[in-house]
Design a protein. Structure first.
Length: 373
C-alpha cells in the first residue's frame, strides 16, 4: 500500500470511528450542570442526585457526606468543575451489606452502536480524571441492566491529592442484546467503599452473569474511614473503541439541553427576586392549575421534585391581589407539558394568575420535574 493510500485509510478509520461525530456517550461528564443545587450535606443514604445532573449517588450506606460541585480541577485540561465527595462522619468498619458508590445510567436507545449481544460487539473505553487523598485500588463496573450482566476494571490512585487521568478499555459482549428503549440499559458505577457482601468475590474482567460479591472485589480502600477523606472526579468520557480520544468538550448550553431530558427546574432568581415560572387560572377560589411547558421532550412523564415548601406566590394576572401557595399535585403529565395544581390563599375564581417562586438566599430553590433513569 502506498503512503498516500495508507493516509487515506487512516483518515477513513478516524472519521468512521471515535473522532467522527459525537464521541462521548456520557452526559455532563465535565460536571458543568447542577440544576438541583451545587451542594448537599448530610447525605447518608443512596438513590439521590445530590449535586451534578445525571450523577446518581446510588449507594451511600457508609458514613455521612457532603456531595458538591467543586471548582477543584486538573490544571490545563479545560475543565472548570468537578464532583466532590467529602466525608463528614466516618465509618471505619462497614457492615457486610454497606456500600458507597457513584453511578451514571444510560438509555438503551443511546447504546445500539455498541452492537452488544452480536458477534460484532464493540469494545468501549472509559476515561476520567480523579483525585483523592486516599491512595489505593478502586473499582469501576459496567452493568448490563437488561440482561443482568457485568464487567469491571480496577484503577489505582497512586499519588495523594493529585489529579490523575485513568483510561480503562472494556471488551464487547457477544451475549445479551440491549433493549432499544428509554429505560436504563447500562449503568456505570465507581465504588468508593463496600462491605463483604460486595468484596468477597473476584473482579470480573470479562463479561459475566452479575454477582453482587464481584462488584467491589478489587477495592482495597474505604473512603468513609476518616473525615479527612475527599474524592473528586471530572472529564468522564465513554466512547466506542479501544482508544481514548481527547475529552469532547461541549458548551454549557448544549450540556444543559441534554440534561433537560431527565430533569428540569423552575427556580428563583435569588437576592429576593420573585421569578414567575408559569401561568395558570383559578379553578376555585383556593386552587390554581398552571401549565408548564418543558424546554425539550423529557424521557418519560416526570414526577414533581418540590424543594420550595410554601414559598410559592400566586398573583392575579389582571393586576389584583397576590397570595402564598403550595404545590398540591400533578393534574395531567406528559413528556412535553404538565398541569400542576397549587393550593392558594383566596383569589377570584376563573381568573388567570401567575405562579412565582421567591427565595432570598438560594437561586436554585424551586419546582423540579424529574424523569431520571
Amino acid at each position: 500500500m502506498t503512503k498516500a493510500a495508507e493516509l487515506a485509510k487512516m483518515g477513513e478509520v478516524l472519521t468512521n470511528s471515535q473522532i467522527g461525530g459525537r464521541r462521548n456517550i456520557i452526559i455532563n461528564g465535565a460536571m458543568q450542570v447542577a440544576q438541583r443545587g451545587t451542594s448537599t450535606s448530610s447525605v447518608s443514604s443512596g438513590n439521590i442526585f445530590a449535586s451534578c445532573d445525571r450523577w446518581r449517588n446510588t449507594g451511600v450506606t457508609i458514613g455521612t457526606w457532603t456531595i458538591s460541585q467543586s471548582t477543584d480541577v486538573p490544571t490545563g485540561q479545560g475543565f472548570a468543575k468537578s464532583l466532590k465527595y467529602d466525608c463528614t462522619t466516618a465509618e471505619a468498619s462497614p457492615s457486610a451489606g454497606d456500600q458507597l458508590h457513584l453511578s451514571h445510567r444510560i438509555e438503551g436507545q443511546d447504546l445500539q452502536q455498541l452492537k452488544k449481544g452480536t458477534s460484532n460487539a464493540e469494545k468501549v473505553t472509559l476515561s476520567f480524571w480523579v483525585k483523592s487523598n486516599k491512595t489505593g485500588t478502586y473499582q469501576v463496573n459496567i452493568r448490563d441492566k437488561d440482561n443482568t450482566r457485568m464487567i469491571a476494571k480496577t484503577y489505582a490512585i497512586s499519588s495523594a491529592d493529585t489529579w490523575e487521568k485513568k483510561t480503562l478499555t472494556f471488551d464487547g459482549d457477544t451475549t445479551g442484546v440491549l433493549d432499544n428503549d428509554n429505560a436504563n440499559s447500562l449503568e456505570l458505577e465507581w465504588f468508593l467503599g463496600a462491605g463483604s457482601n460486595y468484596t468477597s468475590g473476584a473482579v470480573p474482567t470479562s463479561w459475566e452473569a452479575e454477582s453482587a460479591t464481584d462488584r467491589a472485589a478489587g477495592l482495597n480502600v474505604n473512603l468513609g474511614d476518616s473525615t479527612d477523606n475527599e474524592w473528586y472526579i471530572t472529564g468522564v468520557q465513554l466512547e466506542v473503541g479501544s482508544q481514548a480520544t481527547p475529552f469532547e468538550h461541549r458548551s454549557f448550553g448544549e450540556e444543559l439541553d441534554l440534561c433537560y431530558r431527565y430533569y428540569v427546574k423552575y427556580h428563583a432568581g435569588g437576592s429576593g427576586t420573585l421569578s414567575r415560572i408559569a401561568l395558570g387560572f383559578m379553578r376555585t377560589t383556593t386552587n390554581l392549575r398552571a401549565l408548564f411547558t418543558f424546554p425539550r421532550e423529557m424521557r418519560s412523564t416526570p414526577a414533581l421534585d418540590d424543594d420550595n415548601a410554601s414559598n410559592y406566590h400566586v398573583e392575579d394576572a389582571a393586576g389584583g391581589s397576590d397570595v402564598d401557595a403550595t404545590v398540591a399535585s400533578i393534574s395531567q403529565g406528559g413528556f412535553q407539558t404538565c398541569l400542576v395544581n397549587f393550593t392558594t390563599g383566596s383569589l377570584t375564581n376563573n381568573l388567570p394568575a401567575h405562579v412565582g417562586v421567591n427565595d432570598s438566599t438560594d437561586k436554585l430553590v424551586g419546582l423540579g420535574f424529574d424523569a431520571e433513569l
